[in-house]
Design a protein around this ligand. Sequence first.
Ligand code: CMC
Length: 374
Amino acid sequence: MTEATKAGLEGIVAGKTSISTVGKEGLDLTYRGYSIHDLAKKATFEEVVFLLLHGELPTLTQLNEFIDQLMSLRSLPPELQTVLKLIPKDSNPMDVLRTGCSMLGTLEPEKSSSLQLSIAKRLLAIMPSMLLFWYQYHMGKGSIETSSESEKTIAAHILHLLYGHPASPSQIRALDVALILHAEHEFNASTFTCRVITSTLSDFYSAITGGICALRGPLHGGADEAAMEQISQFKSVDEAEAGIKSMLSKKEKIMGFGHRVYKYGDPRSDIIKEWAKKLADEPSKKNLFSIAERIEEVMFREKHLYPNVDFYSALTYHFLGIPTFLFTPLFVISRTSGWCAHIFEQRANNRLIRPIAEYVGPLPKPFIPIEERN
Ligand code: CMC
């Protein structure tokens, strides 16, 4: 295999970006030049979204205006509510966001690319409403009000819609940090999908819908749900040790470990692990946290693999009382900010993305008429 045809395009530079760096010179992750460690400690998700969309951190006035705009864009059009009610109760919630995003594109189509920033904000504001409206409707709560102005931030809004009452400041901050960590990650599979779709001059909703489809798989965003299922099958640290070793001996993948780019650890993992630890405030949660740490130890000892962002995010969401099947949709809500920034960047300097393939099929041969084939 030549350098240019490396499987999975590993290590291939497929374009330029000024939005983020991933794994350059070892471990770092930066958004628009700011370290993920600073952003996760000092910024809010809304500040990070503004940074990604506008290229600069907001002033306090800009941030307040931005938050007000997002709050005003949360409500679901009646036609979309009807569609969400029709999506079956046992559907994968990723279908809900995929269909919801696509439906919104029919109700509020992108009539001009000059509207792209407004569409980006609308999508960021409405996705939590779509997801939790569908969820609560099928949980028997009827048509819940999603445009409430009692919660200013996306994290607080999500948890309020989920719990049916306001969340505590530490619960809100834990989700806020998880959203910051998932917001952007250079040319990952879903972002690259958005850019490929955008490069054909397709519309904004099509690009985001494509991103949702790519994120769903367990090798990408779906890993958080798969990791939770793996962690929760063990009752004790010893069971986890034996179980993980057995899975490795059968060449099974342990979800939430490994990364295409970070070979010496994902910088997001320790940040979210701290939050999982803080939220593990009762014996059953402490036990699950210990099981996760034992899995981390075994994976390092046996395979020299580190947890990626999804492993301890899964525990964090679980400790926040979020049902496992909503984990990957939360990733969508966060990553939409990065996707939007990449769509803007692709459009600003567009050229159709159309690579070529190395042909490995048969040599040219004569055509056989159908009556002569056997
Ligand atoms: N469990 C067990 N073995 C693993 C794992 C894992 N999670 N990840 C990599 N390996 C092994 C793999 O079996 C292979 O071993 P060998 O050379 O003996 O065949 C070697 O490490 C290289 O793995 P690879 O699959 O060729 O590496 P890749 O760069 O193609 O894949 C990955 C990267 C993330 C797809 C992979 O590590 C994986 O499948 N991890 C589990 C899924 C996961 O956690 N995905 C989330 C990624 S980060 C967040 C995101 O993008 O959403």
